[in-house]
Write a protein that binds this ligand. Sequence first.
Ligand SMILES: [Zn+2]
Length: 283
Amino acid sequence: MKTRNFKEELLYAREHKYAVGAFNIFNYLSARAVIRAASALDLPVILQTSVTTVKKFGPNELGTMLRQLAWNAPVNVIIHLDHCTNVEIAKACIDSGWDSIMFDGSRLPLNENIAGCREVVSYAHRRGIMVEGELGKIGGVEDDIVVDAADATGADLDEAVYFARESGIDAFAPAIGTAHGVYKGTPHIDYKLVEELSKAIDTPLVVHGGTGLSDETFQRLISLGAAKINVSTAIKHAYIDSCQEYMAKNPDKLDPIDFDQFMNCSIKDTAMRHMSVFTANKI
Ligand SMILES: [Zn+2]
């Protein structure tokens, strides 16, 4: 099922005071579980793949599998590539069924980041595909991108406005103090930057590092204009923790369908919990 494209879905969410959940999936089971969560709540959803997952399956095999799942879903399922630093991999995913691509040039000098985004945007837009860009450095570990807490840098407002306008991106992930992985202590989030950016540019804003933020934090960010929230670590935990729990509870059971179903429920519940928070004040 396809209704709105990536950008339209985010603009619609912002207008209606909610955020679209973007969940990192890594195989058929996790993709299906997230789609089931979205279907149960009748909400659009973004399935994100890391570059590592793309390399593991190959873009053609992964794209075909995800497109098939999206096609059969009763809700809008958008297939998105997360944190891609390589223009050739971005292009391969654009050609293999992805709806949107995040080009992560945040480690590059500003003008090179803009040039990288523009190259991906130019290739993507001609094919009806959307692009997300990042500015500043989001702390933590995501795929093979590691940013120490000391190196995490928030985006600067003027630079962020310039970047959003010059890069031509469809969604913008400014570093605002959230981090990938598990939070140690309370994150210091730059709400003022989110608020000022929302007023200054039309590009919908994306929050990375959604795992572990409080419901109040999510709702405050959404009220200030965040339209897409990324959740990766919580999905990985739901998968691995439920796998360990099942094995501990059923050491002698030889029933792979029951085993898959148990993990499916865990991922579905985790995704539903997040989506419920992201849409709590939906109008
Ligand atoms: Zn991220």
